[in-house]
Design a protein around this ligand. Structure first.
Ligand code: 5GP
Ligand code: ZN
Length: 116
């Protein structure tokens, strides 16, 4: 069920504009409004799941789909071979600010490790 006050539920429903790069029955991907790399996409489920802590057993296939979609989008953008990073921040201590599950797909520049 969509959450009425959730920004990413609204983007998935088309109620708030975003630069969409992919839409299907289960997932939506769009350009991050504050990009941290030449490619910075957000891959989200249409289903509202607040954090990775809230994933249910029946969400396992959905999470796999999100990761495979990220890999496909990376390939389409020509960064599959040079390298890309999927980031899933969980709760505030890890930097999560929007409480609708999202994978950051980052690439197009050299990444450092460990993350800050
Ligand atoms: P988090 O910090 O929760 O892991 O990531 C949230 C991301 O959502 C941030 O990278 C932020 O720039 C992005 N973001 C926040 N509001 C919007 C918005 O209205 N539109 C888009 N496209 N991205 C947003
Ligand atoms: Zn939501």
């Amino acid at each position: 069920m969509p959450q009425p006050d959730c920004l990413f539920c609204k983007i998935a429903a088309g109620q708030i504009p975003a630069k969409l790069v992919h839409q299907d029955d289960d997932a939506v991907a769009f350009v991050d409004i504050n990009p941290q790399a030449p490619t910075h996409l957000l891959v989200i489920p249409r289903k509202h799941v607040a954090t990775a802590n809230d994933l249910a057993p029946e969400d396992e296939a959905l999470v796999g789909k999100l990761l495979r979609l990220a890999a496909k989008l990376a390939a389409e953008r020509g960064i599959a071979e040079s390298g890309w990073r999927a980031v899933l921040n969980t709760n505030r201590g890890a930097g999560q600010t929007v409480f609708h599950l999202h994978l950051h797909l980052l690439g197009g520049r050299q990444m450092s490790w460990p993350p800050g």
